[in-house]
Design a protein. Sequence first.
Length: 88
Amino acid sequence: MATKRGKAARSNVKKAAAAAKRKKTIAHLPKKTRTALSKQAAKVAKQKRATRKTTKNSGAKKRSTKKASAKKRATTKRSSKKRNSRGS
């Protein structure tokens, strides 16, 4: 049920945006519609910002974990060599 309402709302907002483009005015639209348009624009902008942040940071995170795991492996190799040399 909610998806139908959401779909209808999105289509109404699209129609309103198209009409505003055609008439070159948003000021003459009803207040409710103007509010809906600005809310949707803010939502999309927020999603775009979030997507950019995750794509920027994901590469850095991967590199840092690779470095950390490489350091960890190196230290475990050294410590196992020390243990072996002490035993003999």
